[in-house]
Design a protein around this ligand. Sequence first.
Ligand code: ZN
Ligand code: ZN
Length: 341
Amino acid sequence: MLIHRDIRPLSLLPVLLVVLIGTSCVATRPNEPAPTATSDSPREAPPPFPPPAPEVAEPRDPARTWIVLLGTGTPGSEPDRFGPATAIVADGNAYLIDAGPGVVRRAAAASIVSGLAALYPTNVRVAFFTHLHSDHTLGYPDLILSPWVLGRSEPLRVYGPPGVAAMTTALLEAYREDIRARVEGPERLRRDHLAVQARDVMPGLIFDDGILQVDAFAVPHGTPDRAYGFKLTTADRTIVMSGDSGPFDGLAAVATGADVLIHEAYGAEGLRDRDAEIQRYHASEHTSAIKVGQIASEAGVGMVILTHQLHLGGETEDALVDQVRLSFDGEVAYGRDLDVF
Ligand SMILES: [Zn+2]
Ligand SMILES: [Zn+2]
């Protein structure tokens, strides 16, 4: 304390001046050109602002069915992996499976980088939920509201396990003041354009619009009978999605002959180092990459795409892929956000 008593604010002034002078070379006044790099002060040019728009990809063949991973994350806040969301694009229409955090921005990004205009947020009008865990639904209010603000005028059609209709009603109520302000305030948005047709569905055929047929099947995860996987069938592809699922032997029968199996996975080796409770939870509620390989092999699927990956022991991406390949000799993709298949 005695030492600190002698340090008065003014006594720090020379130190502050030295610090400020020392750092002033990186600051510029408004309207001054940015400093250029010299041999004794190598420096990269400042990034342009606003950043240039991403390059628009060539339009994809509309006759093909495309799988676009919008978010491959988990509840973990990994910066490069947004919340779980997958899009199927067929015949110029987008179909969304789950709506994790960031889904609307990821859909906008995907519409640019994939060249699939169907993914622009106002064009996404059909969504299916595998289950109602928050990591899969935190983007749902975003999906309801943001595209409406951007101009969506047609109803959003939503299908999910029991509870999704009640969740929809609750979300619209939660955002009542926002909706009122945008309808009655200067924006003058049309309330009738904010229509959400949400339906609780049971396992079985839940959707068929002549382009995409969706069959839901129950998987072991969370509340019993409240988590689904989906078999998605179009004219040219059959895709099976596990959703979040514990090891499920019945999946091999559902996925038999499918072109693509999109499956969640955790690293089997890493789990062995975790405590007993975590081991118990993951062994019953999620599926190891080794088991994914066994299911894929038994089903004889064309390829496996891993998503919702959990690296429990810090295992590498390659390690998870290798674990699938222990049993499955087809193509295995480690899914990343904005990948297109
Ligand atoms: Zn999840
Ligand atoms: Zn879950």
